[in-house]
Every structure is written in C-alpha cells, then in structure tokens.
Design a protein around this ligand. Sequence first.
Ligand SMILES: [Zn+2]
Length: 189
Amino acid sequence: MSLPSKTNPKTAWNPDRLDVRAFALAGARLEAEVPLPAFERLYAEAAPADGAPASVHWQAQGEMRPAASGGAPAVWLHLEADTHVPLTCQRCLGVVDTGLTVDRWFRFVADEAAAAAEDDDCEEDLLALEPRPRLHDVLEDELLMELPLVPMHEVCPVQVPMQATDPEVDAGDTEVRKNPFAALARLKK
Ligand SMILES: [Zn+2]
C-alpha cells in the first residue's frame, strides 16, 4: 500500500481507514460503484437471481459544523448508498427485487468511549474517529438495517393458494372469538 500523497490530496483518501477529521476539514467527497457481492453480509441475504448481480452506488461527504455550545467545530460525515437486492417473497417465494437507500449523517467524536458516553444524550448517530472507520463496513451496516423484515411483493406475480396459515384467515378467527354475535349476524344475512 502506498502512503497518501501530500501533493495530490484528491487521491489521498483511503475509504478503508478514513481520516474523517481531515476529510471533513477539506470538505472532501468520495464516490464509488461496488458490485453487490463485495458486501458479503448483505449479499448473503440475497436470493439467487438470474443475470449479473446489482451494484451498490455510494458516496461520502465530509463537513465541519460549528458546535451548538460554542465549542470546537464538530466533524460530520454524510453517507448515501443506493442498490437493489433480490430477496425471497415470503408470500409466493418468488424473487422480489427490493430497493435499498441509505441517506444518513454521522457526527464523529474522538473514540469509541466518547461515542458510548455521549450516545444517550443526543439524537444523531455517533461514530469514532479512532480507530479510523472503514466506510464499506459502515455502509453495509446501514444497508442491512434497511432490509425489510418480511420481504414481499406488493402484488405477487402468481396466484397463491389460500392456506390455514394465511394471515387473513387467522384475523378472521380472532374476530369470531372476540365477537361471536357479529359473526352470527353475518351468517344470517
Ligand atoms: Zn410474492
């Protein structure tokens, strides 16, 4: 690995060990397009799909912001990512191409101890300047959080036979238990 060049700061940023303070002071920006399989934890969630795997487009923007309390300016990083992942629809078991978007600001504090100490008192997401973060890992954590709990087509492309475990059938049963007279009234109609 080569040392960051001081004469060409535009190429000095190392997204695997980013000096976020310098990045924010420079108001710098990084952007990349990465094949989905490079995000191993995310790709493990993907259903087998035909064709070339999708890619993840991401960008990072550093910014210094004045501290609210008049202290030292704070280090901020804006992370954005965009991709779509083939997931297994939990209704028809077909592939549902699911778009994932990340658009998040992080404030950076000295280290993990400072982040843990401040975390309860503020609304924003905190990360540590040291050890220097690997943007790939931060982005992957955020993308994993965007995954739907139950991937499902809005309208499944195939007809799904009704089963005893269908949520609508279960809801019907509950209604009968709660209010047997309403159910009787419906039967009389
Ligand atoms: Zn479906």
